[in-house]
Design a protein around this ligand. Structure first.
Ligand SMILES: NC(=O)c1ccc[n+]([C@@H]2O[C@H](COP(=O)([O-])OP(=O)(O)OC[C@H]3O[C@@H](n4cnc5c(N)ncnc54)[C@H](OP(=O)(O)O)[C@@H]3O)[C@@H](O)[C@H]2O)c1
Length: 301
């Protein structure tokens, strides 16, 4: 199979390094360009990047010279992991220059013509691309975003419930790992032996992003999901892997067995991802992993 040629914006950062790691020997993608700030541009990746992840820096990137974050880059696809302040203008420049931009940054997530994508549950939102291209005059380029990492942890099982029973309201408590704050992230004085009961700006993101992700594409726009989400976000002393405790009020009564079946059909789709966990290799964080630990009924609502 011919591989897609990928450029990574923000390649020297912690998310950029994760891209570099996940794309090593990938069956569909090949990294052909790396870009970062003026501090790094012009240097081989091995010199520009202070590698932070477990395991060594992959050999395949070491000699690639880091470029500035401006088009052209030698690739078709852009995976962007730039800070949100820089991302908006830069990602637009790449889309305008004809690149497909897939962004980890929050800057375009809530724009109404930009898909906020978890492909296994809302791939029909890709219909927005044509509208975006027309509206912004992008030609063949476009921007797609991925969700906040806390939302990704519970959106797939929530989508399975919504499809089967209809969701009326959601109360979610997230226990978010230190890695989600990037590097250097949370002060060690604050997080060591502690649980932090607040993450600035996180709760509104969890609430509004989940309504967009589970919304319906009507051919023109996304109609937000018709349920209330109330979130409380904690930072916990765990390096990688977020946990979410989710209480859901459904629109119809259901049995535990029906829930299990609804969730199994959702998981089937996740298992087809080529980045899903295979065998026992790799840490949870280096893979697209979602584990559903417990489903229980309750009378709390
Ligand atoms: N979707 C998710 O699940 C998720 C999870 C975590 C983070 N994020 C988002 O991903 C993005 C990156 O986070 P991170 O933790 O990887 O950040 P980071 O470690 O600080 O890395 C930032 C990267 O952007 C580059 N950069 C910074 N300022 C720049 C500028 N003015 N011009 C050009 N390049 C610049 C840096 O290059 P130098 O090394 O050369 O300075 C570095 O490569 C953020 O928007 C964050 O919110 C998303």
């Amino acid at each position: 199979m011919k591989k897609h040629r990928v450029g990574i914006l923000g390649a020297t950062g912690t998310v950029g390094q994760r891209f570099v790691q996940l794309l090593e020997n990938h069956p569909q993608f090949e990294v052909t360009a790396l870009a970062a700030s003026d501090r790094s541009a012009g240097k081989p990746f091995s010199q520009a990047c202070a590698w932070k992840l477990a395991g060594a820096m992959p050999d395949y990137v070491k000699e690639i010279v880091v470029e500035p974050i401006e088009p052209p880059l030698d690739c078709e696809l852009i995976f962007s992991s730039l800070p949100s302040g820089v991302a908006r203008e830069t990602e637009e420049a790449f889309a305008r220059a004809g690149y497909a931009v897939i962004s980890n940054s929050s800057s375009y997530r809530m724009d109404e013509d930009v898909p906020l994508l978890i492909p296994e549950i809302n791939s029909e939102h890709l219909g927005l691309i044509e509208i975006q291209q027309r509206k912004r005059g992008f030609g063949k380029g476009f921007i797609i975003t991925n969700p906040n990492c806390a939302v990704v942890s519970f959106a797939p099982p929530l989508a399975a419930l919504d499809r089967k029973f209809g969701v009326e309201s959601v109360f979610v408590t997230t226990l978010q790992a230190i890695s989600g704050a990037g590097y250097p992230g949370v002060s060690s004085f604050d997080i060591t032996d502690n649980v932090l009961p607040y993450i600035a700006g996180e709760e509104p993101k969890v609430e509004i992003e989940s309504q967009k992700i589970l919304g319906r594409f009507n051919g023109e726009t996304i109609e937000k999901a018709n349920f209330i989400v109330s979130a409380q976000c904690f930072r916990v002393h765990v390096i990688d892997g977020h946990t979410a405790s989710v209480r859901v009020k459904l629109r119809r009564t259901s049995t535990l067995e029906e829930h299990r079946r609804a969730q199994m059909s959702g998981r089937g789709q996740l298992e087809h991802l080529c980045s899903a966990p295979h065998g026992k290799n790799g840490t949870c964080a280096a893979r697209a992993a979602l584990a559903l630990w417990q489903i229980a009924t309750g009378k709390g609502f």
